[in-house]
Design a protein around this ligand. Structure first.
Ligand code: CA
Length: 228
């Protein structure tokens, strides 16, 4: 059904969840610490993270914030505390949903399926994206500008698609490294800069005469509809 990452330090809970979710058709990988979870969350293929809030090395809110800095993968938090303020803080920090312990595998599975459905919807169901004269089709992996086809290398296309799906939103280079190149830590911004400059050339623009690809100094880059 889905590739899940379980971050849970309690061995008994971990073991029983891996079994229960496996029986419901999910493939589950797991880590017992926050730091290992953070690294595993950006591995290619992870579709959803189940995050225990009581971890030995980092508090859950900090981990969630760090996770959100590098990936948009859906996160369901599991918490022992039924504390409304805490839950509001978690949702605001980027959790997609939560379950309060003890919970049944049935309930958790229903929440997993609901979150995955929602995230599939917001990913646009893979229909073509149009930003001004730019058209990006994730299914056929074709892109065009003002009706003229763009010849893009694989990573150039991935980069353009990632930005097009978030048009108008500034995306940091670290996020691009994590999501497009799957290099979360210590990766070099240079990789992103080089691909951005190639992509710009193909879009007929440069950093100083940018139209679609707008750099926001010290923050990142966004794809935007150019001023007429
Ligand atoms: Ca725990």
């Amino acid at each position: 059904m889905a590739q899940l990452l379980l971050v849970e330090d309690d061995l008994a809970i971990r073991t029983s969840l891996i079994r229960a979710l496996g029986e419901r058709g999910h493939a589950v990988t797991s880590t017992a610490t926050a730091m290992a979870g953070l690294q595993a969350a950006v591995e290619p293929g992870v579709e959803l993270v189940l995050l225990d809030l009581g971890l030995p090395d980092l508090d859950g809110l900090t981990l969630l914030t760090m996770l959100r800095a590098v990936t948009r993968v859906p996160v369901i938090v599991t918490t022992a505390r039924d504390d409304e303020q805490e839950i509001v803080r978690l949702l605001e920090a980027g959790a997609d949903d939560y379950v309060v312990k003890p919970f049944t595998a049935e309930q958790l599975n229903a929440r997993i399926r609901a979150v995955l459905r929602r995230s599939a919807d917001t990913d646009g169901g893979a229909g073509p994206l149009e930003i001004g004269g730019l058209r990006v089709d994730p299914r056929s992996r074709e892109a065009s500008l003002d009706g003229a086809s763009l010849q893009l290398a694989r990573k150039e296309f991935d980069l353009l698609l990632f930005l097009a799906a978030r048009a108008g939103e500034v995306v940091s280079k670290q996020t691009l490294l994590a999501e497009v190149w799957h290099q979360p830590y210590g990766g070099s911004d240079k990789t992103v800069d080089v691909h951005l400059s190639w992509l710009r050339r193909k879009l007929g623009e440069t950093a100083s005469t940018s139209r679609y690809l707008v750099s926001v100094r010290g923050v990142g880059v966004k794809l935007a509809v150019p001023d007429p």
